[in-house]
Design a protein around this ligand. Structure first.
Ligand code: ADP
Length: 379
């Protein structure tokens, strides 16, 4: 069985084809800068480019050579707890959820619509970033705001990066050779965007991102947790308009706001060269992670493992060490040689005898989408 995974953004269309027997990635790539003068004019032409690259790779463009298409969809709201086969009703619901993800859901829908036209006979599945977090109980997903905000406007915590948190926790269970539904985990997805999830008996019970991906950890360009009064202050005292505040929160905050750079490698290099703003940015970044670890230990009661994933989590022993430092009282203790070993792949990095295991598990959101797509297809 072969599955085509599509991730349709407003100006890009990323694709991968997996042979599920391995599973093995057969080909992947992206059409970028859709709509710009030097690129394709629209998503339909971008998909034609994808089709051409597939047939060049020997994956015939006859509609029979892959068995299904899995689409990444960012926001499934409360409607989608699981992936589902796409029909007109599903498309309508994804559209109705667009106010919750105005930049993402309409772009995801464009990808679905062009793929349906191009390959009308191939089953298509929507896999939602939010779905894994639909198990979060009300005590953790409700904000203490007027009830009408929730009822009329859907204001609650949804969480994101769900496919990554799901993939990493399943993968760890396999590595430990234990049933996932026996495991309590804290999964730290530290990429450009970052989120941490508390997983009890294999299910998400809390996560740091909220109604939007702005909440929680310090990220490349988003600052995470903030007093909502700050926004009121900047509107009323500094005269900022809603759009300006939104843009600052999404693009000019986080590590970028603190030190002018969002890429962790640059920041670590600057800190090593004695740059004080880089040092401060890292202190704020790591301190936030440690607070969440502490909070989620309290939320879970028992923690079997802390898991690091995504660009920073997989590749930076320094950040892992600082995040786990001085957590001995919680049973967390790293083995320096294991943490710094130049291995790739899933690996334990905790000290022998530590009460809480600490692992690095590389994420693979596209493979997870492919697997969920396969598991969702009617038999
Ligand atoms: P995205 O959220 O865009 O998928 P990634 O998961 O690829 O992002 O993570 C990107 C981040 O990972 C960047 O901040 C980058 O600097 C960081 N990163 C990648 N490799 C390393 C490394 N060896 N050491 C420290 N940070 C790294």
């Amino acid at each position: 069985m072969k599955i085509l995974v599509l991730n349709s953004g407003s100006s890009s269309l990323k694709f991968q084809v997996f042979d599920m027997a391995g599973p093995e990635l057969l080909i992947g790539g992206a059409a970028e800068r859709i709509g710009e003068p030097d690129s394709v004019p629209d998503h339909a032409s971008a998909l034609e480019e994808v089709a051409r690259r597939l047939s060049e790779a020997g994956i015939e463009d006859d509609g029979d050579s892959f068995n299904a298409i899995g689409h990444r969809v960012v926001h499934g709201g409360e409607a989608f707890r699981e992936p589902c086969v796409i029909d007109d009703r599903v498309i309508d619901t994804i559209r109705e959820l667009s106010p919750l993800a105005p930049l993402h859901n309409p772009a995801n829908l464009l990808g679905i619509e062009v793929a349906k036209r191009r390959w009308p006979n191939v089953p298509q599945v929507a896999v939602f970033d939010t779905a894994f977090h639909q198990t979060i109980p009300p005590r953790a997903h409700r904000y203490a705001v007027p009830h009408a905000w929730y009822r009329s406007h859907g204001v609650r915590r949804y969480g994101f990066h769900g496919t990554s948190h799901a993939y990493v926790s399943k993968r760890l269970a396999k590595e430990l050779d234990r049933p996932l539904d026996e495991l309590n985990l804290i999964v730290l997805h530290l990429g450009n965007g970052a989120s941490v999830t508390a997983i009890a008996n294999g299910k998400s019970v809390d996560t740091s991102m909220g109604l939007t991906p702005l909440e929680g950890l310090v990220m490349g360009t988003r600052g995470g947790d903030i007093d909502p009064g700050v926004l009121l202050h900047m509107a009323s005292r500094a005269g900022m308009a809603i759009d300006e505040i939104a843009s600052s929160l999404n693009h000019e905050s986080g590590l970028t706001g603190l030190c002018g750079a969002g890429d962790m490698r640059d920041i670590l290099a600057r800190e090593a060269a004695g740059d004080d703003t880089a040092r401060l940015a890292l202190e704020v970044y790591v301190y936030r992670i440690r607070k969440y670890i502490g909070a989620y230990v309290a939320a879970l009661g028992r923690v079997d493992a802390i898991v690091f994933t995504a660009g920073v989590g997989e590749n930076s022993p320094d950040i892992r060490e600082r995040a786990c430092g001085k957590l001995e009282a919680l049973g967390v203790s790293l083995d320096d040689a294991r943490n710094r070993a130049k291995t790739t792949g899933a690996r334990p990095i905790h000290a022998e005898g530590a009460a809480v295991a600490v692992w690095v598990v590389p994420t693979d959101e596209e493979l997870e989408i492919a697997q969920q797509t396969r598991d969702t297809l009617p038999p």
